[in-house]
Design a protein around this ligand. Structure first.
Ligand SMILES: NC(=O)c1ccc[n+]([C@@H]2O[C@H](COP(=O)([O-])OP(=O)(O)OC[C@H]3O[C@@H](n4cnc5c(N)ncnc54)[C@H](O)[C@@H]3O)[C@@H](O)[C@H]2O)c1
Length: 269
């Protein structure tokens, strides 16, 4: 077993400067982890780390483009030496697109999205996962899936990428289970981030229309997703691996039900 240089369990969060990644950083910090937040948004990442350090937490920001396998690997080795192996890895870094068509989408944008969203997840899981294996302390990896992992949506590259991440999660669970490393995915529906709220406020998104295909009448917040991540990393989930946990207000259960051509046999109040 390798020595851990941090007195606290270590959590690494890619895309940790904003949104769900930021919420995961805040959650792990509140749970007493030493947290490394990786992101390309240096300004937000540094500000978040400084805010949480001022509250007594152990949070560092590191600039890291997850599409760059060499950079991810170098940072993973550095953090292993400085903090010890991570007991939790969350891969939240991603590019989030607008509606587009495969026939018309710009190919460079398409390829970049695969490099960040899918390849970036592979890079982080390989580089940090190898140190977790070497440390022989077990651990938990959480990938970011989506309702896109399950349903078709007009989001080229992003939508098939989320399906690929669900399968990658199962492959990693099968590979790493013998090292007591569990690998799961969380699958949010539309998350009520400040960016989504702004789009609703400006009329770019129609909230009542979005809610028509959900079972519940409220969307998850980033903190709700972080709670699910923390659950999957906890001992309460010690025999759960290889799953996609929807945090979706019932979208997957009800999207086809709500759009049935014969109509829904009841009215929403
Ligand atoms: N927001 C949603 O409604 C929603 C729904 C389902 C799934 N998800 C998934 O959750 C994850 C996080 O989404 P979010 O809403 O927090 O997004 P966000 O855009 O708020 O945050 C993503 C973060 O990733 C960072 N990032 C982008 N490219 C990077 C790169 N190359 N290297 C490192 N960091 C990079 C960004 O700077 C940003 O801080 C994504 O995987 C997304 O697909 C989001």
């Amino acid at each position: 077993m390798s020595e851990s240089f941090s007195p606290h369990p270590v959590a690494v969060v890619t895309g940790g400067a904003r949104g769900i990644g930021e919420a995961a950083v805040r959650k792990f910090a509140a749970l007493g982890h030493a947290v490394a937040a990786l992101d390309v948004d240096r300004e937000r990442g540094e500000a978040l780390a400084a805010e949480l350090r001022a509250q007594g937490a152990s949070v560092q920001f590191h600039y890291c483009d997850v599409a760059d396998a060499v950079a991810v690997d170098a940072l993973a080795s550095r953090l292993q030496q400085e903090m010890g192996a991570a007991s939790a890895l969350v891969t939240s870094a991603a590019l989030i697109p607008n509606t587009d068509s495969i026939m018309t989408m710009d190919l460079d944008t398409h390829d970049r999205m695969w490099r960040v969203n899918y390849h970036g997840t592979v890079h982080a899981c390989r580089s940090f996962g190898r140190h977790m294996v070497e440390a022989a302390c077990g651990g938990s990896i959480i990938t970011l899936g989506s309702i896109n992992s399950v349903h078709t949506m007009p989001l080229p590259a992003y939508n098939p990428g989320k399906a690929a991440i669900a399968r990658l999660t199962q492959l990693l669970a099968a590979e790493l289970g013998r090292h007591a490393i569990r690998v799961n995915s969380v699958g949010p529906t539309y998350v009520m981030t400040p960016e989504l709220q702004a789009r609703i406020d400006s009329g770019e998104r129609d909230l009542p229309r979005m809610m028509q295909v959900h079972a519940l009448d409220t969307l998850p917040t980033p903190a709700d997703i972080a709670d699910a991540i923390a659950f999957l990393c906890s001992t309460a989930a010690r025999t759960i691996t290889g799953v996609l946990l929807p945090v979706d207000s019932g979208f997957i259960a009800s999207a086809t039900y709500m759009t049935y051509s014969g109509g829904v046999p009841w009215h929403r109040s």
